[in-house]
Ligand binder design. Structure first.
Ligand SMILES: [Zn+2]
Length: 173
C-alpha cells in the first residue's frame, strides 16, 4: 500500500544528488527594497523571480537546493539570491543533472519571458548580464517552464515545495 501525500508535493520531491544546473522560482508577494552587497539598494517589484544557478560540487543539486531552502527559512545571507529568498518564498526548483554549467545560457532563455533585474545579480563569477529574471505572473512562470524544458529536451525536472519547506509567504515588516 502506497500513501500519496499530494498536499505536500505536486511532483517528485527527489532532487538528484548529482552535479547540475538549476532554476529557483521565488514568489515575492509585495514589492521590496533590498540592499544587495556591492550592487547597492535595489527595488524589487512584486512578482515571480527565476534565478539560474549551478551546483557542480559535492552533494550536487540536492545539497544546493536544500541549502537555499535552509538559508531562506533562517533568513541567513550568503549569496545575492539569499537577500531575495529571505523575504520571498521558494516555490519551485527546476533541475537538470550534468557536468556542464548552464546557468548563464539559461538566464538568457529565461529573460525571453521576463526582464533581468537587477543587472549582474548572481553573476559575480561570470561575465553575463545577470542570473535573476522577473516574471510578472504565474502564467509567465508556466510559459518559461515549457520553454526551458523544451530547450533541455525534457531532461529538466520540476519540484514544487509545500509552504512548510520554504520561507513564510508573508515577509517581515
Ligand atoms: Zn552568468
Amino acid at each position: 500500500m502506497v500513501t500519496v501525500h499530494s498536499q505536500i508535493n505536486h511532483s517528485s520531491p527527489i532532487i538528484p544528488k548529482l552535479p547540475g544546473s538549476y532554476v529557483l522560482i521565488i514568489n515575492l508577494p509585495i514589492a521590496r527594497e533590498l540592499l544587495i552587497g556591492r550592487l547597492g539598494s535595489i527595488d524589487f517589484p512584486q512578482g515571480y523571480y527565476a534565478y539560474a544557478g549551478s551546483a557542480l560540487g559535492s552533494g550536487g543539486l540536492n545539497a544546493r537546493v536544500c541549502r537555499h531552502l535552509r538559508l531562506a527559512s533562517k533568513k541567513r545571507i550568503h549569496w545575492h539570491i539569499d537577500h531575495l529568498t529571505s523575504v520571498g518564498c521558494i516555490e519551485e526548483a527546476w533541475c537538470m543533472a550534468g557536468s556542464q554549467r548552464w546557468e548563464c545560457t539559461w538566464a538568457d532563455i529565461l529573460s525571453q519571458n521576463g526582464r533581468r533585474l537587477p543587472p549582474r545579480f548572481g553573476a559575480s563569477d561570470c561575465r553575463c548580464p545577470g542570473h535573476l529574471i522577473l516574471l510578472d505572473s504565474a502564467d509567465e512562470v508556466e510559459n518559461t517552464w515549457l520553454a526551458l524544458r523544451s530547450e533541455c529536451k525534457d531532461n529538466l525536472q520540476r519540484t514544487r515545495f509545500g509552504q512548510s519547506s520554504s520561507s513564510p509567504k508573508q515577509p517581515l515588516a
